[in-house]
Design a protein around this ligand. Structure first.
Ligand SMILES: Nc1ncnc2c1ncn2[C@@H]1O[C@H](COP(=O)(O)OP(=O)(O)OP(=O)(O)O)[C@@H](O)[C@H]1O
Ligand SMILES: [Mg+2]
Length: 318
């Protein structure tokens, strides 16, 4: 049913460069979270810290009572078995065909027979729509197919926690829509805890239960999707609506001159909050909330037109 990850006061630097400081958040068991942030704000570093590939300078990451930040290599090895990870570059072995790439974690971490491995590999290949390409080398397929092969590999150990680093970068809009549907369907099926790093605002607006935003060396906000999509906080608002007006500039933060020039240009009104994308079989996910529930509970009036089946471009395959 997925595993909770509790991050407390996490700080990471490389030499004198602080990447982010004092990050605290809880990834709730079985929920989907998206982490956003301008390029270079340390999203990939954050994912790598969660699986213990990078050690934080301060803080804790608790998973099933084990603190990843301070535990032994042995404990780390055990906890890692809970994870399925899709790295930003897909991280396929170039000299192995897709079948062997996807089978790799099973051969490495389990004592399953080759026929059992074959069953699992083919099942995951089918799930990501890659049946028939098992014999191809990573170099012989498109970037989007490599991503999906990476996804199949991340799935073979039946993970409790799925970490995806930009699964949708380099995908065309149609493939992105399919991938998002796949993530929702997977979540419904395996009920793992998901953390997805993405730059795609449409994905962030429609897929997750919760959204986080890293900005300017700290976690600007983390919370339920409706909380961030109805937030008036300028950084959150600018990022989630992909706008030019606001505190974020081309070089991360705008300088005084730029701010001056913008003067008191007002940010455009908040667009409607779209409905969350649903599983394709129509059955709600275990952790899915009613549209508008968070807003109601918190006495927030969502922007006009929210949660209506509208004409708006939403990642959901209509
Ligand atoms: N192993 C490392 N050693 C030193 N610095 C690093 C290391 N890994 C990352 N960094 C630095 O940490 C910062 C954040 O990098 P990271 O890759 O996490 O950014 P990101 O938010 O994932 O960016 P993007 O959206 O472009 O993928 C960058 O300045 C990068 O140079
Ligand atoms: Mg990155």
């Amino acid at each position: 049913m997925g595993v909770e990850i509790e991050v407390q006061n996490l700080t990471k630097s490389f030499g004198k460069q602080t990447i982010w400081a004092d990050v605290s958040l809880t990834l709730p068991a079985g929920e989907i979270c998206v982490m956003l942030g301008p390029s270079g704000t340390g999203k990939s570093v954050f994912l790598k810290t969660l699986i213990g590939l990078l050690k934080p300078d301060q803080g804790h990451v608790f998973i099933q009572g084990v603190d990843i930040a301070t535990c032994s290599e042995r404990q780390l090895y055990e906890v890692r078995k809970l994870f399925g990870v899709l790295f930003q570059d897909g991280a396929m072995f170039g000299s192995m065909n897709l079948y062997d790439n996807v089978a790799f974690p099973l051969r490495e971490h389990t004592r399953k027979s080759e026929s059992e491995i074959r069953r699992i590999v083919m099942e995951k290949m089918e799930l990501v729509g890659l049946l028939g390409t098992e014999h191809k080398l990573p170099g012989e397929i498109s970037g989007g197919m490599r991503k999906r092969a990476g996804l199949a590999r991340a799935l073979v150990l039946d993970p409790e926690i799925m970490l995806f680093d930009e699964p949708d970068s380099g995908l065309d809009p149609v493939r992105t829509a399919y991938l998002n549907q796949l993530i929702i369907d997977l979540s419904a099926q395996i009920e793992a805890t998901f953390l997805i790093v993405t730059h795609d605002v449409n994905t962030a607006r429609t897929v997750p239960d919760n959204i986080g935003l890293l900005y300017h060396r700290h976690l600007a906000m983390f919370g339920p999707r409706e909380m961030l999509l109805s937030s008036q906080e300028p950084v959150v608002r600018q990022f989630l609506n992909a706008q030019r007006i606001g505190p974020i500039g081309m070089s991360e933060e705008k300088d005084d001159e730029e701010k001056e020039r913008e003067g008191d240009q007002e940010m455009p009104p908040l667009p409607p909050i779209p409905k969350q994308q649903e599983p394709s079989n129509g059955q709600p996910r275990a952790t899915q909330r009613e549209p508008g529930a968070w807003c109601r509970e918190h006495g927030i009036t969502p922007p006009p037109g929210s949660f209506e089946d509208s004409m708006q471009l939403s990642g959901g395959a209509a």
